[in-house]
Design a protein around this ligand. Structure first.
Ligand SMILES: Cc1ncc(COP(=O)(O)O)c(C=O)c1O
Length: 398
């Protein structure tokens, strides 16, 4: 039996074209480390659980259940939730109709369904050198040709390189972009770069998938309109309630041209049959009865304090040859380490010597870039953030 399971795992791994065999993915490894109560993990992108609106959700659950048994049934997507998402999208600069909204199980499923819609086996994809590993993982099953574009924590994706590729005649099936609060780099693209990317998408008729789960978490800047606000025909927007409400309800959405909604629903049906009616109704009820604007303001206030605490700790404890930018949005710091430092090796030492964890650059890089790390500041308390950074600093100094 054990052998059979091993063979199946190997087969899945091979079909996903992953060179790492049946090892855990970076996220699974981080979850395993985070589950060890002795390790102070700054690795995962978890929200602060003390900010989950528990009693409001309890009340929403009670109301939803008393309203109709259909909450527990196979049903159609929640139309009133779509309308509310349209109002949230106005804050992201997008004026869209509910007919352009497709509800999903979180942003992850949204990216997966849109990728399935746009990709064929062997399609080419424009991806940043450092990118969200769960996007890389999901598109691997298409055995894509990856067109890697430089990126960094100061300016984000190199739009000139994207333009050169397109001008040369390359036509990727999609460009994957996190314009706001890039994961892992923390960088937010300027308005000018957004406009240029949107123009390129339109001129060369190449779809962009804009992954935006952190769009509402901006700190000392005015919110920049989403990439999608510059073009709704070529940009497929992905949103989520995971970071502004809670991840376990698994409610996300796509804003796409109306003609894509039916095909997306067929792909989704093949994937998980039906929506999570219960979750969608809870979110819908929460938005009816609670002030989501006030709630996101609270998140921004608390996370801004944590971000500043992490920055202060980094300034105090990091050696001079470690560099970072203060993220204006999102929940991550990215640290550029000296060339000779291998962050994966550093992580092993941090876990064994100081019981602290982060995600190393390798988790985000197909070409195994090693000298960088991502630190999360939303999940832990300010004291834990300060202590965690001090521990990493001690290992780096050693
Ligand atoms: C960039 C990015 N996209 C998508 C997701 C998935 O979000 P969800 O929980 O809505 O599936 C995450 C989760 O952390 C993320 O960081």
């Amino acid at each position: 039996m054990k052998q059979m399971v091993q063979q199946t795992a190997t087969r899945i791994s091979e079909s996903l074209n992953q060179s790492r065999g049946v090892e855990l993915t970076p996220l699974q490894s981080a979850l395993a480390v985070a589950a060890d109560a002795d390790v102070l993990s700054l690795a995962m992108g978890l929200p602060d659980p003390s900010l989950f609106p528990v009693s409001a959700i309890q009340e929403a659950v009670a109301r939803v259940l008393s309203f109709s048994r259909s909450a527990l049934q196979y049903t159609l997507p929640c139309e009133t939730l779509k309308k509310k998402i349209c109002s949230l999208m106005l804050d992201r600069g997008v004026d869209c109709s509910p007919d352009c909204i497709f509800l999903t199980s979180g942003a992850q499923q949204a990216i997966s369904l849109v990728s399935t819609l746009l990709l064929s086996i062997g399609s080419s994809i424009v991806e940043e050198e450092l990118s969200y590993p769960n996007f890389q993982c999901l598109v691997d099953s298409f055995r894509p040709q990856i067109l890697r574009v430089p990126t960094n924590s100061t300016c984000g994706i190199d739009v000139d390189v994207v333009e050169k590729l397109l001008v040369k005649g390359v036509r990727p099936a999609l460009i994957y972009v996190m314009a706001t609060a890039h994961n892992p780099l923390g960088v937010t693209l300027s308005r000018d770069k957004r406009r240029r990317l949107a123009l390129l998408a339109r001129e060369f008729e190449v779809p962009i998938v804009e992954d935006d789960p952190y769009g509402a978490l901006f700190y000392d800047i005015e919110p920049i309109p989403s990439l999608c606000s510059f073009d709704q025909q070529w940009i497929y927007y992905v949103g989520s309630f995971s970071k502004i409400l809670c991840p376990s309800l698994r409610v996300g959405w796509v804003v796409a041209p109306e003609e894509c909604i039916k095909p997306l629903s067929i792909i989704k049906e093949g994937c998980d049959l039906n929506i999570s009616t219960f979750s969608q109704w809870i979110v819908n009820d929460f938005l009816d009865s609670e002030n989501i604007v006030g709630h996101t303001e609270l998140l921004r206030k608390v996370y801004r304090g944590k971000r500043d605490a992490m920055n202060a700790a980094l300034e105090k404890h990091m050696p001079q040859n470690v560099h970072w930018e203060i993220p204006a949005c999102g929940i991550f710091f990215w640290l550029d380490l000296p060339e000779h430092v291998n962050a994966s090796a550093l992580l092993s030492r941090c876990v064994s010597e100081e019981k602290v964890a982060f995600l190393p650059a390798e988790a985000f890089s197909r070409n195994k870039r090693s000298n960088g790390m991502r630190l999360n500041f939303s999940h832990r308390s300010i004291d834990q953030i300060t202590e965690g950074v001090a521990r990493i600093g001690r290992v780096l100094h050693r």
